[in-house]
Ligand binder design. Sequence first.
Ligand SMILES: [Zn+2]
Length: 107
Amino acid sequence: HVQLCSAVGARCTCSSRYNSCISFHCFPADNAARQQWLAKIQRDNFTPNRDTRVCSRHFLPGDIVLTLGKRLLKRGAVPVLFEWNNYSSHEPRPSFHEHTASALRLL
Ligand SMILES: [Zn+2]
């Protein structure tokens, strides 16, 4: 079963078929948390279902924990790294050059 990342607004082309080092995460069951995810994903007319996945590239490294060989999200983790925000939501805001460099590192 090939999993696809739903972050199309970020033009993410992640697929489990081609990239085995990323993980895919379901939307949270909690409605408030789902709204936070949707706000970040920025897709119009998009309703997540139980098959909707967001890949690990959109989460901060510290939000993903390795448990018994599985990559799981920390409680309360929200995907924050998207192309529309240049993969950078870190504070304090880096200068332009640092900004570009950190985006490249994540690619
Ligand atoms: Zn993705």
